[in-house]
Design a protein around this ligand. Structure first.
Ligand code: CAA
Length: 249
């Protein structure tokens, strides 16, 4: 199988970073499927048309990544449409920022379900096919705030740190079978998620970034493109920071 025919699934594929990931992987010649939440199905139709206008033929599929059943259905549908998935980017994620003293159980659970339980739900039904193909690339999009913690993000930091634990364990299970599993930890990136922060909080965060700017979604996509390339089969279990120097470790 060549890179040209490999199928790539990007969860949260129509979001800020997800869109850049889909565009980059499509330009690199993969057959890309962008997952979105069922509530975004209409937006996904417009998103797909916009990509087609750029000459990129990207499929979309709605599924709730916090539901194991829905992810099993998504895996079956993608296989029927395009064949087995070789490349998976777990990018779907949300924030519910609150100081811990104000954080309600619902805000804790929403973030753990969408950001962390999703990696089990999405990856599990695709895993056997990767092993059977003797080739697979999984990239989990975590965050600088999973590496260093962030005031107001006990839920998000826990979920993102957990994603990398998953990466390190699964990397060992895939290593002898041609399946690599890596994490990319973006810093603050220009998307709707960071725009949702209070202006003052955002400005103070940017002033603390050594590069004095947020990252772009394309800069995250470039890191992912490196990790999924067939020639990079000897890189597994890493946490690749793309954060403008915000956290150097
Ligand atoms: N360190 C110490 N104290 C801080 C602080 C910090 N970084 N930030 C705020 N505080 C203080 C405030 O001064 C205030 O103090 P007082 O109570 O003494 O006045 C208190 O903490 C905040 O109290 P609030 O009642 O305002 O807190 P809140 O529960 O309403 O939430 C918050 C505040 C929404 C969490 C806000 O602090 C915030 O937005 N923080 C940034 C969170 C963040 O970085 N989110 C990233 C979103 S983007 C993303 O997640 C992508 C990615 O991967 C990077």
């Amino acid at each position: 199988m060549t890179e040209q025919t490999r199928v790539a699934l990007v969860t949260g594929g129509i979001g800020g970073i997800g869109t850049a990931l889909c565009e980059r992987l499509a330009k690199d010649g993969y057959k890309v499927v962008a997952n979105c939440h069922p509530s975004e199905a209409e937006a996904a139709t417009a998103w797909r048309a916009a990509r087609a206008a750029e000459g990129l033929d990207i499929d979309t599929i709605a599924a709730d990544v916090s539901s194991a059943e829905d992810c099993a259905r998504m895996a079956t549908e993608i296989k029927e449409r395009h064949g087995p998935v070789s490349i998976l980017v777990n990018c779907a994620g949300i924030t519910r920022d609150r100081t811990f003293r104000k954080m309600e159980q619902a805000q804790w659970e929403a973030v753990i379900n969408v950001n962390l339980n999703s990696v089990y739900n999405v990856t599990r039904p695709l895993w056997e096919d990767m092993l059977a193909q003797g080739f697979g690339r999984i990239v989990n999009i975590a965050s600088v705030n999973g590496q260093r913690g962030q005031f107001g993000q006990a839920n998000y930091s826990a979920a993102k740190a957990g994603m990398h634990g998953f990466t390190m364990a699964l990397a060992q299970e895939g290593a002898a079978k041609g399946v690599t599993v890596n994490t990319v930890s973006p810093g603050y990136v220009e998307t709707a998620m960071t725009l949702a922060m209070d202006d003052k909080v955002r400005d103070s965060i940017i002033s603390g970034i050594p590069m004095r700017r947020m990252g772009t979604p394309a800069e995250i996509a470039a890191a992912v493109a490196f990790l999924v390339a067939a020639e990079n089969g000897y890189v597994t279990g890493i946490n690749l920071s793309v954060n403008g120097g915000l956290f150097i470790h």
